[in-house]
Design a protein around this ligand. Structure first.
Ligand SMILES: NC(=O)c1ccc[n+]([C@@H]2O[C@H](COP(=O)([O-])OP(=O)(O)OC[C@H]3O[C@@H](n4cnc5c(N)ncnc54)[C@H](OP(=O)(O)O)[C@@H]3O)[C@@H](O)[C@H]2O)c1
Length: 318
């Protein structure tokens, strides 16, 4: 079975730590099933894994990846990557992803818990479907659970090219919100407008209107702008920090404008089902930057590190 895996993480050269070769096919334990993976997608989480940061089971090699779409028992499915599922199906307190527990998904055949499969949206290709379980699920929770995006609201999305950011643009626009994006790249700003954004600004530029909801994935490079751009009573939702993990907080704006700052991580199985339904109903398609054969995954990881991608970086396993 062909797989992308890591044996020796490398903090300085995470891309060089990726190996692609045949590994033994995993036998599903009781309650788990096999999935023949057709496509997968990369996330910053994979870069952290390759760097050796975060959770990692002992031993190895460890297949990397949280995002996969494929075929299980004759059904086209996407894989829900969060372990364990909370008993009430709602609260995700600590997102332990399949690869963190030694069950990464960027391999031709994987084993996953039988209840972690969701039907693949019929309107999406394999790479588009593989884009949903991490970045799109995260954006869905930020917009529909942590806040309640509604028609006519202003949603500001920072760092328009990222996987979560492009998902937030597509979801918020489909929900009837007016989407303002920022990006350092003129090309990405153009593409964000084509995805459904109404206004595209340079990073840090003053917004024409204050936002009801700010989708913050960039961190310190944009956080001050996020705070300046939120209306009184609005909310900033933070799911990551691509530019770093420590940001200063303008306390007078926070309390005087009663701005809410929410942390958000991944989403529940029910939210993934709701996302699939939303994507089908509104025919929203994930922006896929590019899809390459698994053998060329190094190029995708390089692109992720360089920050040049617009949308999801995918791999094909067909
Ligand atoms: N908590 C969760 O469950 C969860 C799930 C998924 C992702 N995340 C996190 O969310 C973050 C975003 O991940 P992603 O995969 O969507 O995207 P990404 O590839 O990490 O990049 C997002 C965007 O960050 C912007 N950016 C990077 N450095 C910047 C800087 N110095 N100044 C301004 N903008 C900068 C870029 O925007 P422009 O080039 O357009 O300016 C880029 O398009 C990551 O930190 C990731 O770990 C968290």
């Amino acid at each position: 079975m062909r797989a992308a895996y890591v044996t020796e993480p490398d903090a300085d050269d995470p891309v060089g730590a990726i190996r692609v070769a045949d590994l033994d096919t995993p036998a599903p334990p009781p309650g788990w099933v096999s999935v023949d993976v057709r496509a997968g997608a990369l996330n910053m989480h994979d870069i952290w894994t390759l760097r050796g940061a975060g959770r990692r089971p002992p031993g190895g090699p460890h297949v990397i990846g949280s995002d996969a779409a494929g075929v299980a028992g004759g059904r086209d499915v996407i894989v829900y990557p969060v372990l364990p599922t909370e008993p009430n199906g709602r609260t995700v307190t600590h997102a332990i992803l399949l690869p963190d527990a030694g069950h990464g998904v960027l391999a031709e055949r994987i084993a996953v818990p039988a209840d972690h499969l969701v039907p693949k949206p019929a309107n999406l290709g394999w790479d588009e479907a593989a884009s949903l379980p991490t970045a799109w699920l995260t954006a869905y929770r930020m917009l529909f659970t942590k806040t309640a995006v509604a028609p006519g609201q202003i949603v500001l999305v920072q760092g328009a090219g990222g996987g979560v950011a492009t998902a937030a643009i597509g979801l918020a626009a489909a929900a009837g919100a007016t989407v303002i994006v920022t990006s350092r790249s003129p090309q990405k700003r153009e593409r964000a407008l084509a995805l459904g954004a109404a206004v595209a600004l340079d990073s840090g530029e003053r917004t024409p209107e204050l936002a009801d909801i700010v989708i913050e994935t960039v961190g310190p490079a944009t956080f001050e702008h996020s705070m300046r751009s939120t209306r009184a009573g609005g909310a900033i939702v933070v799911c990551g920090g691509t530019s770093g993990f420590t940001a200063s907080l303008d306390l007078p704006r926070l309390f005087a404008r009663e701005v809410a700052v929410h942390g958000s991580t991944m989403g529940t199985l029910d939210e993934l089902r709701a996302l699939v339904e939303f994507v089908e109903t509104h025919d929203v398609r994930p922006a896929v930057d590019s899809t390459v054969d698994l053998a060329d995954i190094h190029a995708q990881a390089e692109r992720m590190l360089a920050g040049t991608a617009f949308g999801k970086l995918c791999v094909s396993l067909t």
